[in-house]
Design a protein around this ligand. Structure first.
Ligand SMILES: [Zn+2]
Ligand SMILES: [Zn+2]
Length: 472
């Protein structure tokens, strides 16, 4: 068991007595136990020498320095102008780039990229597996964090497990991104491939309101409206969610559903532009852009993953991904790929490949506010590389690398409503990653090999190696 896991148990016991700040300081102290003796002052880490992409709409800064004290950034600027505190741990980033931790605005931590959603949950419940859904979420959180994802919104899973994993990550007990969770898909028809607990089924707007209120009591952060809902359902549940202070994310492909979601006040339009149809009408695209409410395309899953995998089947055996799996889960995942081209998940792939590029280009041209999300965990859409693949699609379809980084960091932080993350500025949480070379020139390809990951002042990856082992 890792130092962080042990610490988590200690923290669980002492939670009532410790305030959040004290817990985080304790975490930092224990995590760095292997480091040389330190004073009672908060640990200080300095990143210096490399290029800085701050997440703000400004050009990169060359030869920059970031000073981190405890869990927060305390100074940022040109190296010549930033005082480096004595006894600080120095991370030389020369020839590399420092940037905010990435945020995934649409993840599913209870899946890991298995070739078929339904068969994944059958395997998980069968005799070959001794893992709980909560453990899988823990594994996915670890995979994401080691890939530079320090924040995520989980949009569809089991409510109790989702809330528990979020709380354990926040308490420092396990390694994972800062999480917001929706719990189940709220829908008129249960989603076949998922466990029963991952759908909340209503047959009237009134039942929908009861579901929203129940999920609020369980402690979810946001509501995920799924398919088949009536106009009245959207209105009733958005009102109930907002009354509880929760944002509503809606799973939307077709235009009538989007129409209802816009009118009802849905906060985030998920999957819009994800190759469900040829293109949207100009009127509705303009209208969405004019609401300044964000869309999250989730473009890369399915319609880019499929042809990418045909072109290079070896991506399914990538050792960098294998290293983030326990052996038995990896073996099951490999087995699941044997018949992948015929899986139902890809039943409409020819049309989706035809629609993908016109749709993504249409939404980029609209200048709608755009978050970046993956639907990660879906078939062959690994938690390790899903977000980088999504970012690359946006670059390939016409956005600049800096725009895509901005949307994956600052804009996604705004979608989460978290003011303390998403950019590298004094006062913010120290959620920082370091990548080789220049991601602007490399069109984000070097994000596949994140070398340093810090979240809240704690180093989870250094010199390309995790500082803590796989959770199991
Ligand atoms: Zn969805
Ligand atoms: Zn999803």
């Amino acid at each position: 068991m890792s130092g962080i896991s042990r610490l988590g148990e200690m923290i669980d016991g002492a939670r009532a007595r410790l305030c959040f700040a004290a817990r985080m300081t304790a975490l930092l102290t224990l995590t760095l136990m292997a480091a040389p003796a330190h004073s009672q002052e908060p640990e200080t880490t300095v990143f210096t020498g490399g290029m800085l992409i701050s997440g703000l709409s400004v050009p990169p800064l060359h030869d920059a320095t970031i000073v981190v004290q405890g869990e927060r950034i305390v100074a940022v600027g040109p190296t010549a102008e930033v005082a480096i505190p004595e006894n600080a741990r120095i991370i030389d980033t020369s020839g590399r780039t420092m940037m905010p931790g990435l945020i995934d605005a649409h993840a599913h931590l209870f899946m890991v990229g298995y070739g078929s959603e339904a068969h994944w949950f059958e395997w998980l419940e069968g005799e070959g597996s001794h893992y709980s859904i909560e453990q899988i979420m823990e594994l996915s959180g670890y995979q994401m964090l080691m890939s530079g994802v320090t924040g995520a919104i989980d949009l569809g899973g089991n409510a109790e497990e989702s809330v528990s994993v979020r709380n354990r990550i926040n308490a420092g007990g396990i390694a994972g991104p800062r999480l917001q969770v929706s719990g189940p898909l709220v829908t008129r028809r249960a989603f076949g491939g998922f466990p029963d607990a991952a759908s909340a089924v209503l047959s009237s707007p009134r039942e929908g309101v009861e579901i929203v209120n129940r999920l609020h009591r369980i402690g979810v952060d946001v509501i995920k409206l799924h398919a088949g809902l009536t106009r009245e359902d959207y209105f009733a549940m958005v009102e109930a969610a907002h009354a509880n202070g929760m944002k509503v994310h809606a799973h939307l492909y077709d235009e009538p559903a989007l129409r209802n979601a816009i009118d009802a006040g849905v906060d985030v339009f998920q999957h819009v532009g994800s190759a469900g149809m040829p293109t949207y009408s100009d009127e509705i695209v303009k209208e969405v852009a004019g609401t300044f409410r964000p869309i999250v395309l989730t473009a890369a899953h399915r319609s880019w993953i499929y042809p990418d995998t045909v072109a290079f089947p070896g991506r399914l055996e990538d050792p960098a991904i294998k290293a983030l799996f326990p052996e038995d889960i990896w073996a099951a995942v490999q087995h699941s790929f044997e018949e992948w081209p015929s899986e139902g998940y890809f039943a409409r792939i020819d049309r989706q490949i035809a629609y993908r590029s016109p749709q993504v280009k249409q939404w980029i041209a609209s200048n709608a506010v755009m978050g970046v999300g993956t639907d990660s965990g879906t078939p062959m859409n690994f938690n390790h590389d899903g977000l980088i693949r999504e970012m690359k699609v946006l670059v390939d379809e016409g956005m600049s690398p800096l725009e895509v980084i901005r949307d994956t960091t600052r804009v996604n932080a705004q979608i989460m409503g978290m003011r303390d993350i998403g950019t590298i500025e004094p006062g913010k949480y120290a959620d920082i990653i370091v990548v080789p070379g220049d991601p602007v020139y490399a069109e984000l390809n070097n994000l596949f090999s994140v070398q340093v990951v810090m979240k809240g002042g704690v180093l989870y990856k250094l010199d390309g190696e995790p500082t803590i082992p796989l959770p199991f």
